[in-house]
Design a protein around this ligand. Structure first.
Ligand code: NAD
Length: 445
């Protein structure tokens, strides 16, 4: 049986490790965050992801899943080592690979036999080749050998477990047949499920991840730009998206207009590929435009709120209830969530801001330190709306659908509803109680 190691137990590493342990592999997950590892050993997931805690308990009980802070232990006990540490954006937009290199150095230091080193982390083109060169160099003079593979992760947060159990595809970039065979063993369940597999070289595999995320970012920015235009010309963006999506070449997916994309991947990955383009003498105009349109979208959402609510050119004296902080539903992740920038802008225009998010508030309190002292966290969407002039729905959590609208509106000071996710465009009850502003249509306001 292949022994698996995972370095980095965030959204990707933890889910990946837990899923592989559910297939019966002995999986050791390692992280430098001692608190995280302590809690994981107690069966407590540090992140919210539907179905994850169940897998965690199952793995711990069966003894197929274990957690450690020791790099030596994970390296020496594993045949296949997945790198799943963060690759955040640096100030200049390029990917910060310092966590990746920390891990690679530890692999070089503790290696005790043949290993396949597989990157799940999103890494700019050329990184796998550099890792292979580095490890070959550091193993010179020993009998140990490594093969390096790029195996980008395509899971969607909020659906991470189900996506990992049944991925859209498995992409493996490697030049080694031995690594390919070992990875086919690790992914035997997916092969049996007829999940499409694509084998490429390192560079193509690395690029597929950036290309996929950038393409999705372009699609969102495209529909968002048309949503802004629709508001001006009397069209309705949801009908436009439906009409476009009827064409197989376009597909209806990822054509939902909103307040701009966010999260830990699209913003950083679009910037990183633009940076790679520049470094290689190819300006990526389309991706750059998507980034600019996304910035514009967030600013436009603030202007829209301002137009409706401002008094004498300011939002002073206005109280705004923000529903949803996470960048999408069913996750607690608030990294680069559009809610952050929108809240900041509303505060700078003098508004008081109350917030509620089913899962995002714990991390917001920890990570938005400066902002947190200036906003009021609430225990429910109803409490958040109390005495507010307007609700701004930022994340389409399913629980918002069944809100007691009449009760909520009666406790509010105003009755304005900005639906940044077009969640209630078909809901006549919401439109009856509120002055309703969706994205991409002027017919409701
Ligand atoms: P994350 O920030 O949630 O987790 C990273 C983990 O790595 C943290 O727990 C951190 O403590 C740990 N770490 C840092 N240095 C370490 C070291 N030297 N040794 C061991 N652990 C270390 O990140 P994430 O969201 O899981 O993303 C990981 C990678 O996967 C990134 O490259 C990201 O772009 C990519 N990715 C993420 C998603 C997603 O939806 N989050 C999807 C696809 C790909």
């Amino acid at each position: 049986m292949v022994n698996v190691g995972v370095m980095g137990t965030g959204y990707v590493g933890l889910v990946h490790g837990a899923v592989l342990s559910s297939y019966g592999f002995r999986v050791t997950c390692m992280d430098v965050d001692e608190h995280k590892i302590e809690r994981l050993n107690q069966g407590i997931s540090p992140i919210y992801e539907p179905g994850l805690e169940e897998l965690l308990h199952e793995g711990l009980e069966k003894g197929t899943l274990s957690f450690t802070t020791s790099a030596q232990q994970v390296v020496q006990s594993s045949d296949v080592l997945f790198i799943a540490v963060g690759t955040p954006a640096k100030e200049d937009g390029s990917a910060d690979l310092s966590y990746v290199w920390e891990v690679v150095q530890q692999i070089g230091k503790y290696i005790n036999g043949y290993k396949v080193i597989v990157s799940k982390s999103t890494m700019p083109v050329g990184t796998s080749r550099s890792i292979a060169l580095y490890l070959d160099g550091s193993l010179r003079g020993t009998s140990y050998r490594v093969d390096v593979a790029s195996n980008p992760e395509f899971l969607r947060q909020g659906k991470a477990v189900s996506d990992s159990l049944a991925p859209s595809r498995v992409v493996i970039g490697t030049e080694s047949e031995e690594a390919k065979e070992l990875l086919k063993t690790v992914y035997a369940t997916h092969l049996e499920q007829d999940v499409p597999f694509l084998f490429t070289n390192w560079e193509s595999s690395e690029m597929i991840k950036y290309a996929s995320n950038s393409f999705l970012a372009v699609k969102i920015s495209f529909i968002n730009e048309l949503a802004l235009l629709s508001e001006k010309v009397g069209a309705r963006i949801q009908d436009i998206a439906t009409g476009m999506g009827m064409d197989d070449r376009i597909s209806p997916h990822f054509l939902q207009a909103g307040p701009g994309y966010g999260g830990s991947c699209f913003p950083k990955d679009t910037q990183a590929i633009v940076d790679v383009g520049r470094k290689n003498g190819e300006e990526l105009y389309v991706v750059r435009a998507a980034i600019a349109a996304n910035d514009k979208q967030k600013a436009k959402m603030v202007s829209k709120i301002e137009e409706v609510l401002s008094f004498d050119g300011t939002l002073k004296g206005r109280t705004i209830a923000i529903w949803g902080l996470a960048f999408k539903p069913d996750t607690d992740d608030i990294r680069y969530a559009p809610s952050y920038e929108i809240i900041q802008e509303l505060l700078s225009r003098g508004a008081s801001v109350k917030v509620y998010c089913p899962q995002g508030m714990r991390l917001a309190k920890q990570q938005w330190t400066e902002l947190s002292s200036r906003i009021q966290y609430c225990d429910s969407e109803a409490e958040c709306a109390q005495k507010a002039d307007a609700i701004v729905l930022m994340t389409e959590w399913e629980q918002f659908r069944t809100s007691s609208w009449e009760k909520i509106v009666r406790t509010m000071r105003g009755n304005v509803f900005f639906d940044m996710r077009n969640m209630f465009t078909e809901d006549s009850v919401v439109r009856q109680w509120f002055q309703y502003y969706p994205v991409g249509s002027s017919e409701y306001g």
